[in-house]
Unconditional design. Sequence first.
Length: 185
Amino acid sequence: MIKRILFFLIVLILFEQKSFSSPKEKIINNFNKINNISFKFQQKIADKIESGKCYIKYPKLIYCLYDNKDKKEMVSNGKALVIKNNRYNKTYIYPLKTTPLEYILDKEFILTRIKNLEPKINNNTIEFLVGTKKKILSIFFNSKTYDLAGWKTIDVYQKEVVFQINNLEKNINIDENQFKLPPLN
């Protein structure tokens, strides 16, 4: 009988510790389980708002198709970032390491950083300032689901970029061909 009571108390203590873990611990545990995500987005740069759908596969792969008249695409193969304007058939290529996406697409970098940071908790988000000396970067997580909710950066023109994630899906089947860079013109 005493063994059963001790067993019950140990289980109860472990359950309470798990249920009372901090938001940061819940974010880390949740984010660790993710291999890829799919989501709709809204991006605001200065006064310009764009939207579309993205797929991210960790580490460092992204494909986004914008819902605008230019049908802009953004693709990273882990080394380069290509932005293609399909309306005017213009393609721009950048080394990924020169963009904030180098860090946003690196799950291990994010996890390492947030383990050592205290979050700023707002109404619906939990924010971590994970920037480096070269790049200012804030990452947001949903305060209820602990899923990635977006990020905020400064672009090369010193404009604030706010990227908001909606309708996030985790660990889905993703076509690997999406992450192939489009032909350059």
